[in-house]
Design a protein around this ligand. Structure first.
Ligand code: BES
Ligand code: ZN
Length: 617
């Protein structure tokens, strides 16, 4: 396979591959710094090799050695989001096939974008500080100097020293714990990850953590206040793992644990190997948001075992993962449920295309990310255009059974390596060699390299969506005099998934009149609903209808949790309500210092507060 350039990394072009990392972390909560030492085992791929480049961002490098000999190094100029290349001159020359051990001694910055340091007040227990990482997509370089590109895979071993009241966990198998021989007030936790994985899957959490077993290979971890809630909410984990294994092949990572994070965790879930990170906003109390767990479980195959070679091929990770997630939904609930979720996904895609603009090249399935910050490119497009593409192919190739056969075989073919869209497409043609005529009719360019909505709209079964569509239409068409006809009974028969869908449909329409929203509250009492996905959409509907009483509720939800999928649209919605624009901005500024660094950065952009920075002033 031809070498691929990774536009998001400085190290990708170098003719070497990291095979293993040996990490030593000293976590210092007082200075909000990790003092680190990393030994990279690097395989050399060309002759007369004498220098290498690693990615770093906001790191203080104090020493570099190569096979124990001190090596000269320099940090290149700082790029706004890529960071600085660390150029290391080896004190000797190497040839193709040789290995070298590069050891870097360094410190992270308190503003490292991979890390959020929480005060005790920001935790559930209020007594101890807390630290968590989020490396995807390009933040690992703020925590570890490395080849921060998903085209490179390596194993790792880690030793982490933390205050002895706290527990450290990583995206790896736990390998023991002992008092820190250098400091009796601390403990050392050890971890091993024997399966090769990309740098973005390195993860760490340190806090007052406890756990409970929820299955033969699974525990739920969180502060003690949330352990039981988590154990209830995620009780289907083993059943989902079994279905996923049946669909995709053996689970190779050994343990599958879940960690429920504090509310500022910026994503719904993150597929860190052996330990999925999850937002506490999934704790609905009725397992209704467990599709996120099915999704993260699915990444154990698509993403973690088969990895996108660069972030331009992110849809290979997320599109296939959504495809598997919905297959699990089909087996666990019903095929109609899968179809219903697919309809919801199409609507998410419409929303994203609307937000970005239908001509925006970032709405391409395979975007060009040269000089593009991956955090800013992030959207539902790779998820939902990716899913729709796979579903379209499923329809053409003969249905779910047939197409799952391909997906399983694709996983086997590229397991333990990284793939591009081209690799995927070539393999699709190989697998369906008897159906090349059909494949040749696919509008590849329209699907993969054209902005906006896809060239074909797949057909989905609308059985479960019909009630949502009907209720939405009834509200849109209602005149003042019709408002009496609505009653609690309208949504009594709907599942929480259907209520989400009903509100999502309303959001795609023009805002409904204030009188309608008030009546909706009167009959459905949606203000009382705790389910975070319902609450998000309901508050957006209210603010869009300019219901002033909803503004404080929207800002409350935007700040008391920090999942970007919720926080960013809520802030944006209030910002667009002219009268409360200043309040949105002030609320953000008040909370900014306690927010996750990436959430704070992106919300500032949403609220147009980064003008000075973007114009270079
Ligand atoms: N890997 C993603 C989260 C992510 C993507 C973090 C890109 C950073 C950069 C994760 O698997 C994900 O997609 N989470 C979704 C779940 C949903 C699609 C079911 C989320 O966070 O909402
Ligand atoms: Zn995902």
């Amino acid at each position: 396979m031809a070498p691929v350039n990774d536009p998001s990394s400085f190290s990708a072009l170098s003719k070497c591959i990291t095979r293993h990392l040996n990490l030593r972390f000293h976590v210092d909560f007082d200075s909000r710094v990790i003092k680190g030492k990393v030994a990279l085992t690097v395989e050399i791929l060309e002759d007369k090799y004498a220098s290498l480049i690693l990615d770093t961002k906001d790191l203080k490098i104090s020493k570099v050695t190569a096979n124990g000999q001190e090596a000269k190094f320099s940090l290149g100029p700082q790029h706004s989001f890529k960071g600085s290349p660390l150029e290391i001159s080896l004190p000797f020359e190497l040839s193709r096939g040789q290995h070298v051990i590069i050891e870097v001694t360094y410190e992270t910055s308190p503003k490292a974008s991979a890390l959020q340091w929480l005060t005790p007040e920001q935790t559930a227990g209020k007594k101890h500080p807390y630290l968590f990482s989020q490396c995807q997509a390009t933040h690992c370089r703020t925590m570890v100097p490395c080849q921060d590109t998903p085209s490179v895979k390596h194993t790792y071993y880690a030793q982490v020293s933390v205050p002895k009241e706290l527990v450290a966990l990583m995206s790896a198998v736990r390998d023991g714990q002992e008092p820190d021989p250098q400091d009796s007030s601390r403990s050392v936790f050890r971890f091993r990850q024997p399966v090769p994985m990309p740098s973005y899957l390195i993860a760490i959490v340190v806090g007052a953590l406890e756990s409970r077993e929820i299955g033969p290979r699974s525990r739920v971890w969180s502060e003690k206040e949330l352990v039981d809630l988590g154990a209830y909410e995620f009780a289907e984990t083993e059943a989902m793992l079994k279905i996923a294994e049946d669909l995709a092949g053996p689970y190779v990572w050994g343990q599958y644990d879940l960690l429920v994070l504090p509310p500022s965790f910026p994503y719904g879930g993150m597929e860190n190997p052996c330990l999925t990170f999850a937002t506490p906003t999934l704790l609905a109390g009725d397992r209704s948001l467990s599709n996120v767990i099915a999704h993260e479980i699915s990444h154990s195959w698509t993403g973690n075992l088969v990895t996108n070679k660069t972030w331009e091929h992110f849809w290979l990770n997320e599109g296939h993962t959504v495809y598997l997630e919905r297959m699990i939904g089909s087996r666990l609930v019903s095929e109609q449920f899968r179809q219903f979720k697919a309809i919801g996904g199409w609507k998410e895609l419409q929303e994203s295309v609307k937000t970005f603009g239908a001509n925006n090249p970032l709405t391409n399935l395979v975007p060009n990310l040269t000089e593009v910050d991956t955090d800013e490119a992030f959207s539902s497009v790779p998820y939902e255009k990716g899913f729709a593409f796979l579903y379209h192919l499923e329809e053409l190739m003969g249905g779910p059974e047939v197409f799952m056969g391909f997906v399983k075989s694709y996983i086997q073919m590229f397991a333990y390596s990284s793939a591009t869209t081209e690799d995927w497409k070539n393999y699709l043609y190989t697998y369906f060699k008897d159906k090349v005529d059909i494949l040749n009719k696919v509008d590849w360019d329209g699907w993969m390299h054209t902005p906006g909505m896809p060239p074909v709209k797949p057909q989905y079964d609308t059985t479960l969506a019909d009630a949502c569509i009907a209720l939405c239409q009834k509200w849109i068409k209602a005149k003042e005099a019709d408002l009496k006809s609505f009653s609690e009974a309208d949504i009594k028969q709907l599942s929480s998934h259907q209520v989400i869908e009903f509100l999502a449909l309303l959001l795609l329409e023009n805002p409904i009149p204030l009188s309608h929203v008030k009546r909706m509250q009167e009959v459905y009492n949606l203000n009382a609903i705790k389910n975070s996905e319902i609450k998000l959409r309901w508050l957006r509907v209210c603010v869009r209808a300019k219901w002033e009483e909803a503004v404080p509720l929207a800002l409350k939800m935007a700040t008391e949790q920090g999942r970007m999928k919720f926080t960013r649209p809520l802030f944006r919605e209030v910002y667009n309500f002219e009268k409360y624009r200043e309040e949105a901005v002030n609320t953000f500024l008040k909370h900014k210092s306690g927010m996750h660094p990436v959430t704070a950065m992106l919300t500032a952009k949403d609220l147009k507060l980064d003008q000075a920075k973007s114009t270079g002033l």
